[in-house]
Write a protein that binds this ligand. Sequence first.
Ligand code: AMP
Length: 508
Amino acid sequence: MTTFSDLGLSQKVLSAVTDAGYTIPTPIQAGAIPPALQRRDILGIAQTGTGKTASFVLPMLTLLEKGRARARMPRTLILEPTRELAAQVAENFEKYGKNHKLNIALLIGGVSFDEQDRKLERGADVLICTPGRLLDHCERGKLLMTGVEILVIDEADRMLDMGFIPDIERIAKLIPFTRQTLFFSATMPPEIQKLADRFLQNPERVEVAPPSSTAKTVTQRFVAAHAKDYEKRAVLRDLIGAQQELKNAIIFCNRKVDVADLFRSLERHGFSVGALHGDMDQRSRTTMLANFKDGGIKLLVASDVAARGLDIPDVSHVFNFDVPIHAEDYVHRIGRTGRAGRSGAAFTLVTKRDTKFTDAIEKLIDLKIEWLNGDLSALPAPMESFDNGKSDRSKSDRGRDRDGKRGRRNDTDRGASSHKSDTKSDDIAIASEAVTTTKAEPVRTERKAETKPQNSQRNGNRNASAPYPANDDNRDRRNRYRRDHDDGPTPVGFGDDIPAFMLIAGKA
Ligand code: AMP
């Protein structure tokens, strides 16, 4: 069996890898590290979660041991599609480079130019950037790219999704042709193949099969729900309340606008919750993530784009508020729990519109996922809308700004609108019978004294997440629903433009 010491890495790197607790390289590491050390170009087809980051960080560290950086002339450049991924790569350099004295500069948006300029002035051995910020620095004349020996393009297919390819082409033109290029992508659509053909010279191709199975240690369940968001939110709250073993959880939404909505809703209901989506400023994202990792917040509502690749070691639960449109995303999301043989639980809220996506998921993972308390046919009969649809802003409205113009959606839209268009009253019913609850609500936080009491408290109902008895008539159910569960329509005011400071979670 191949071990790290067989790969040709330096002693300093090997010792840091041992300290990190790794002995056996993952397939992408075993395949990519030796040719990378021979200065070959690499075409790595691998997703996050496969150990891909170390497959370029470790050989880079070894190669960087010879030579030193000059002011404003970085020696290596790593391009990442998101700030979080860039920050995570920087963390990897710190972890594996602890025996080196290298200058690592992280150039990402949302951080002051001055601080970044000072780092560049000192001379960076490794520059880790999102494409936009790098070009900003180049345009300010603070950066000379002619000394770059190694270029890493990570997550190329996501760069394509996010519209970064023209930026990458501009950047590549600034770097000497003689550079070594390490190029990684989870998938190889024709546009990416073309890019790889242009950027790489005689590359070593290392392909790792995308994960198509979920860990056996994860209990997976589908949970039937009606399509209206406020109904799904009620089902989710009940579901969370029912989990005795819930330590922390990531709740995935398909669209960033839904991340903001669900975050606000859960917060209003007293949950210890934070949010992570593409529109948040960097400081809020970093604080949020650190808070979640430390256990300061128990629930993190996130979009796929914001959460992808984040290394959060021990998550007990994953909730899919929306069924992911791409089955691979399901595997990716579920992979956040049940790591390293630990047990985990993953619940996916499924509406009638989602069946083609759930079919694709079951096909991909080759597993029939059980339903919690009955499938879609067991949902209670739909009820008419209590607000006659007047006050609940529809999905299609919520994509618009206050002037009614359609807002920019570059983060998690990915065709979700067709699958989640506004619904008619036949989707509206109380779905709460589908789940049972317990008294323990470990993820709820006490409201501050000055906060207005919740409806449920005003009404003396202490168990706000109790399921509705099946024999309640519609009016009772509707009233109780409004009193205890409903977030109602999205209030007009901030609309969807939630200010970043409001998303900064305090310690619970
Ligand atoms: P990545 O695909 O780079 O996001 O890595 C996913 C996770 O795998 C991270 O938590 C790494 O710390 C971990 N990891 C990286 N290399 C190894 C290895 N050889 N053995 C076990 N875990 C690893």
